[in-house]
Design a protein around this ligand. Structure first.
Ligand code: AKG
Ligand code: FE2
Length: 350
């Protein structure tokens, strides 16, 4: 599989106080260009330090190292809502909207699901929202199970929400929005409705790879405004290159956060920005050394609008050549519709 040079954009002009607006504009335009051509970009100069990355992964390790019965003291409820708490291995659906989309409503849909049912989800995750989100309150472990986890995750959420606002502002600068348009754009980053996700894809031995059908994360689009991903050095994330339609590797780069555009900014910009399809795949066993594949840890932060926001396309992106493609949609309606593709439903009901 090919690797693609995902552009790296240095946002230092937005994080160091003395930067001239000229240098800000230059960096912001590079950012916008990458969101336009690929929907994926690596950002550096974001201010989230290596120490902070290591600290976040250390907490993620502590969490996933707990015994299953302890992790199950903060269970993600069956079904996609609320999107909070711990999901054990095997809980998420292994097919995505992309897999069944073409067959929705037809008999083929059943067949396709049946085929995919032989595949087993092989990851665990923990979802965290804002402590200020009354609609979707957090589900925490009892404090004695992992003392400090709640306060550390709350700090991490707030820290990444701040980075997200800075990045969104930079996108607005790069698009050269006027003040009112900038206000509209900034609504896409709600301090209390974004989401932090800790992910652990366990190591897989070669024999297991040869004998079982396992899935890490099926191809999907994020339904955020955009997502910022902290990933370890083991790799595994792939995105579909919009020009070749081939999946290509997003090779990890130390210090860089991966930013990918979600459906909300794609709609806002009338497809000027691309919500890129991405996945974490399991390699063909023949290409894997006898030691198998190592564990992967990643931490996506989904920058989301508030649930009540009507997501409408900004008029500047609608022209005679590019008529409006999307009807306005309330964010909570959209996310409810797409998130149902994510979880297995208990008791066979759907
Ligand atoms: O683990 C990764 O690298 C990707 C995570 C992701 O795409 C998601 O959680 O939406
Ligand atoms: Fe994603």
């Amino acid at each position: 599989m090919a690797s693609i040079a995902i552009p790296t954009v240095d946002l230092t002009p937005f994080t160091s106080p003395s930067s001239a607006s000229e240098t800000q504009l230059q960096a912001a335009k590079q950012l916008v260009q990458a969101c336009h051509s690929l929907g994926f970009v690596k950002i550096t100069g974001h201010g989230f330090t290596k120490e902070e990355v290591d600290h976040a992964f250390a907490w993620s390790n502590r969490l996933f190292d707990l015994a299953l019965e302890d992790k199950m003291k903060a269970p993600h409820p069956a079904g996609p809502v609320p999107h909070r708490g711990y999901s054990a291995i095997g809980v998420e659906k292994i097919y995505s909207r992309e897999d069944v989309g073409d067959y929705a409503g037809s008999e083929k849909k059943g067949e396709e699901e049946e085929r995919l049912r032989g595949v087993r989800d092989y990851k665990e995750s923990y979802e965290i929202g804002s402590e200020q989100d009354d609609q979707m309150p957090n589900i925490w472990l009892p404090d004695d199970v992992l003392p400090g986890f709640r306060s550390e995750m709350t700090l991490l959420y707030e820290r990444l929400a701040g980075v997200g606002r800075m990045v969104l502002g930079a996108i607005g600068v790069g698009l050269e929005l006027g003040p009112e348009e900038m206000d509209e754009l900034m609504k896409f980053s709600s301090a209390s409705h974004s989401q932090l996700r800790l992910l652990h894809y366990p190591a897989i031995g070669k024999e297991k790879l040869e004998t079982e059908l396992l899935s890490r994360l099926p191809a999907h689009n994020d339904w955020s405004a955009f997502t910022m991903l902290i990933q370890d050095s083991n790799g595994g994330l792939e995105l579909r290159d919009p020009s070749s339609q081939e999946f290509v590797r997003a090779v990890p780069e130390e210090g860089a956060l991966i930013l990918n555009i979600g459906d909300m900014l794609q709609r806002f910009t009338n497809d000027y920005f691309i919500s890129a399809l991405h996945r974490v795949s399991v390699p063909n066993p023949d290409s894997v050394p006898s030691s198998g594949i190592p564990a992967r840890y990643s931490i996506p932060f989904f920058v989301n609008p508030p649930p009540s926001l009507d997501i409408a396309t900004l008029p500047r992106f609608v022209t005679a050549e590019m008529p409006v493609k999307y009807e306005p949609v309330r964010y909570e309606d959209y996310s409810a519709l797409v998130s149902k593709y994510q979880y297995q439903y208990q008791g066979g009901k759907e």
